[in-house]
Design a protein around this ligand. Structure first.
Ligand SMILES: CC(C)(COP(=O)(O)OP(=O)(O)OC[C@H]1O[C@@H](n2cnc3c(N)ncnc32)[C@H](O)[C@@H]1OP(=O)(O)O)[C@@H](O)C(=O)NCCC(=O)NCCS
Length: 154
């Protein structure tokens, strides 16, 4: 298997939506409020279109030959009260059959290059607190736990 990473284009919108839906399927057991229609609804389409067109976003697709197997969407996201420059992974996913074969790592490595070209020094991502598989994956990419979001009923 030889994985190729390419810049995603607006023509790839539907492909990205389908891959993102698989991320939602994998995430549903960690978030009962997840809107499963989002990847294909108006709000989701608006987000993906903007990301695919904007120079401020990095949208990548991973292919095994001509077959799309994964994607990553990232951008620069800084906080005015912090001194570092950060590239954040908004969402990423690898299609089920291809997980655990190095595709996610290849996508992250390409995003790191994009970040470095823009002078960003840190990589950031949010995931669910109990999503051990994703947390282990990101730790293997050199990331460490940093902040914690708490949510509850009012
Ligand atoms: C998390 C994810 C993006 C990682 O991509 P990947 O191509 O499977 O990861 P790689 O093969 O590059 O790295 C493998 C490592 O990731 C971890 N991992 C995470 N999910 C895994 C899975 N489903 N299968 C195997 N390894 C997985 C393991 O720690 C593994 O390390 P190991 O091979 O030493 O055991 C991918 O598994 C996925 O899309 N999962 C479902 C959706 C998701 O979790 N998206 C991100 C959360 S916001």
């Amino acid at each position: 298997m030889k994985i190729k990473i390419k810049k995603a284009k607006i023509e790839n919108l539907n492909l990205i939506q389908k891959l993102n839906y698989e991320v939602f399927e994998a995430s549903l057991s960690y978030d009962k409020h997840l809107d499963m229609s989002w990847p294909f609804n108006e709000k989701g389409i608006k987000y993906f279109k903007e990301a695919l067109i904007s120079k401020d976003y990095c949208c990548l697709l991973a292919y095994d030959g001509n077959f799309p197997v994964g994607y990553l969407i990232g951008t620069e996201r800084n906080f005015s009260y912090r001194k570092n420059k950060v590239g954040e992974i908004d969402n990423m996913g690898v299609t089920k059959k291809y997980r655990g074969k190095g595709v996610g790592t290849a996508l992250i490595n390409e995003f790191k290059k994009w970040c470095q070209k823009r002078g960003l020094t840190q990589l950031r991502v949010s995931t669910y607190f109990k999503y051990d598989k994703a947390i282990n994956f990101y730790k293997k990419q050199g990331l460490k736990e940093m902040d914690l979001v708490l949510e509850g009923e009012i």
